[in-house]
Ligand binder design. Structure first.
Ligand SMILES: *Cc1c(COP(=O)(O)O)cnc(C)c1O
Length: 373
């Protein structure tokens, strides 16, 4: 990906080097305008990383100690950590097994008088059911925050992630659909007051140099990363389109494999950050694929509520059975825009052969367990 863009990236580097301006200068300002326009949001505020983006949104809304935030039980732990670092309590809600995302029908039961917000994740690049989530939030007077760290460019009913709630946090970690060459993050929102607050919060709580209105943070997207991201943003739609082609080929090629394939609701245009299949024989499938030279990953092996980091919250194994089953069964197949169609066909052929082999050694109770509610 970066070799294809080498000359463009080097030109951006030279421009920043020569400018003498490395923090909060014209590149960050330009990237913020371009990324806001891309998402269809009014404002964008560049920050240090995706975790900070989410935490700063909560702080910008004054959400903290004594408050609760609804989070998916099935997500990368950063979603939860953002809530914890803001001083609030993450309250998990089960996903819909078919889409991996927050089940809107389960949210109301988790709301208490302390609930202030719902943090919805567009996991693996697939948008959550935002109309349903926004409807619950409206009924209970809650903010809706998108964790869009895996969903740059994804659309829900035609609208882009980053413009589907009150505010959205993005990560530009190198492996994301839009990645920097280091850490980076951003917040998009249509809320002018929040954007203004966030510009101060990311920069020591200061709007005027050496005047500090808030106990702010140092969490700024830097000029170099912003300049590199401006280059890569121009290619994002083409890369996402390539991912879409690969995903369609997977869905077609693996239809008879016996694996549980990702479901795309009619209102979703996912950007396939990951292509995730499910099987009760996940570990065997992964081992056999590794022996055949095909690398796969598990996103994620342990749900946040069972991580040692959340031992103090007192969750038990079995508290969120759908999320726990997903964590036992998911496997991410190779997916990146430069994956050649011929290589993809070899992966499909190998996955099909191995999936059949491991299925034959599967007990009937394991097959029954695969069928989620
Ligand atoms: C990557 C990621 C984050 C955190 O982003 P960083 O830039 O690594 O801090 C948050 N949420 C989700 C769902 C992610 O995938």
């Amino acid at each position: 990906m970066h070799l294809e863009l080498q000359s463009e990236l080097e030109a951006a580097f030279q421009r920043v080097l020569a400018s003498g301006s490395y923090i909060l200068g014209p590149e960050v300002e330009a990237f913020e305008a371009e990324f806001a326009a891309y998402c269809g949001a009014r404002y964008c505020v560049g920050v240090g990383n995706g975790l900070d983006a989410l935490q700063l949104i909560l702080r910008g809304y004054g959400i903290g100690a004594g408050d609760e935030v609804i989070v998916p039980a099935n997500t990368f732990i950063a979603t939860w950590l953002a809530v914890s670092h803001a001083g609030a309590k993450p309250v998990p809600v089960e996903p819909l097994a078919a889409t991996f995302n927050l089940d809107p029908q389960r949210i109301a039961a988790a709301i208490t008088p302390r609930t202030k917000a719902i943090m919805a994740v567009h996991l693996y690049g697939q948008p959550a059911d935002m109309d349903a989530i926004n409807a619950v939030a409206r009924q209970h007077g809650l903010k809706v925050i998108e964790d869009a760290a895996q969903a740059h460019g994804a659309r829900y009913k035609g609208r882009r992630a980053g413009n589907l709630g009150n505010a959205a946090g993005f990560s530009f970690y190198p492996g994301k659909n839009l990645g920097a060459l280091g850490d980076g993050g951003a917040i998009t929102t249509n809320d002018a007051q929040l954007a203004d607050q966030l510009r101060a919060l990311r920069n020591y709580g200061s709007r005027t140099k050496y005047h500090h209105e808030l106990k702010g943070f140092n969490s700024r997207l830097d000029e170099l990363q912003a300049a590199l991201l401006r280059v890569k943003l121009r290619h994002l739609d083409a890369w996402n389109a390539a991912r879409q082609q690969l995903a369609l080929a997977y869905l077609d090629g693996l239809a008879a494999s016996g694996l549980v394939l990702p479901v795309v609701p009619p209102w979703a245009s996912p950007v396939w950050h990951l292509f995730v299949v499910r099987t009760a024989r996940r570990d065997a499938l992964q081992q056999h694929l590794a022996q055949a030279g095909i690398g796969t990953l598990v996103h994620y092996p342990i749900p946040p509520h069972l991580q040692p980091a959340y031992a103090d919250a007192g969750f038990q194994s079995g508290d969120f059975p759908i999320a726990e089953q997903l964590h036992r069964e998911v496997l991410s197949l190779p997916m990146y825009p430069q994956l050649a169609p011929a290589a993809l066909q070899r992966v499909i052929a190998m996955v099909t052969v191995i999936a059949n082999k491991v299925k034959q050694s599967m007990t009937s109770s394991a097959v029954a367990k695969m069928r989620l509610q």
